[in-house]
Design a protein around this ligand. Sequence first.
Ligand code: C5P
Length: 434
Amino acid sequence: MSSSLSEESTLTTTRVSGMRVALAVSGGIAAYKAAEVLRGLQRAGCRVRVAMTERATEFVTPLTFRALSGEHVIVDDYAPDNPDPIAHITFSQTVDLLLVAPATANIIAKFAHGIADDFVTSTYLACTAPILIAPAMNTTMWNHPATARNLRQLRADGVHVVEPDAGEMACGTIGPGRLSDPALIVAAALDILSQTGAHHVAPHLNDLAGERVLITAGATREEIDPVRFLSNRSSGRMGYALAEAALARGAEVTVVAGVTTVQPPADVRLMRATSAAEMHAAVSGEIEKTTVFIAAAAVSDYRPATRAANKLKKSQSNLTLTLEPTPDILADVADRRHDGLLVIGFAAETEDMLRHAREKLTRKRLDAIVANDVAGDGAGFDTETNVISLLAHDRETPIELPLMSKLEAAHRVLDEVARLRRAPAKREIISANP
Ligand code: C5P
């Protein structure tokens, strides 16, 4: 029994790992317990961002949640220090779950009536993900017909509720209204996340509007003679998935595709380049007008030093090919980057993936790198799915994501692009310490 329970919790953890939760904290004495909820979600592998009502900050400081989540805590999206002026839209539409804990009688009433007079209530209205609330309030407030009416309304609107406990309250009364056990709140949240199955992708997300994204995709071919070439097993799926996801998020997208075995997304601007040199030339011609460069192509690192004009003849002796390096397109773009250009690379590895990826991120001076273990099951070349880890120049710990479709993986990469765009520029730190 205990082994099946732990198997079940391992399974849930695997399925929710990397999923994104917005934790909204409203102003009740139970606000401090939200820290425990946050830790429980993190232990299950979720990424948590916190929003607070103004009142909640009187019980717990935003700094506490900032330290625990490692992310900016939003109280007022109009505040000058908030890097994202439409945070209630981007925040609410890039999460897989909005969890409100504790939810006061006041916030429940506002939700029920569609009032959006602060960040948390605007986030609620703009949210397309499932919503879970954990009410906490004085027993008389909980028993009030107005609260009961508002909760009925929220349930009818599809909101999930973790019922409060009955017990001794902070105010001394005994009865229902005490915030449910944080572990139960976490379990309810994980339950909803694991039922969602696929990561929630906001249908009308427009967070890359205004970005001009240039993506390389597929394999390059380096000719040996008129009939033979050096190449690799890349299908172009990952690059095309990135293009599809970026288009869906409002970006203008150009793909420079090498040899691919799948169809490009409709509406994408497609340029073809067979060899690394051709791909380099195509990228160089586009880069000035690009704001995000993502190098997803599997570019051949070497090419024959000479291309034979005629088909090489078979002979009895060994044949030696002399290879020379191809231009490193990604490193060249990063070296010559113009202001505001974000540069994202890929690191396909078969061993010691994270170490190699970190080394490439630093050496090539990238903003982020997508590491994938191409030897793993369901990952890498010519598969529908991928297992990726995201490393960024401004974050020490990599985000290790579970097995997912290449389209979902593409959205997670673009979440990182959107985050980097909002983050204060820190590139000089890396440039100063190459
Ligand atoms: O150093 P390595 O070749 O493993 O780096 C992989 C990353 O560099 C990928 O993003 C790939 O698209 C890019 N790359 C490139 N030009 C090359 C070789 C790799 O843009 N010649």
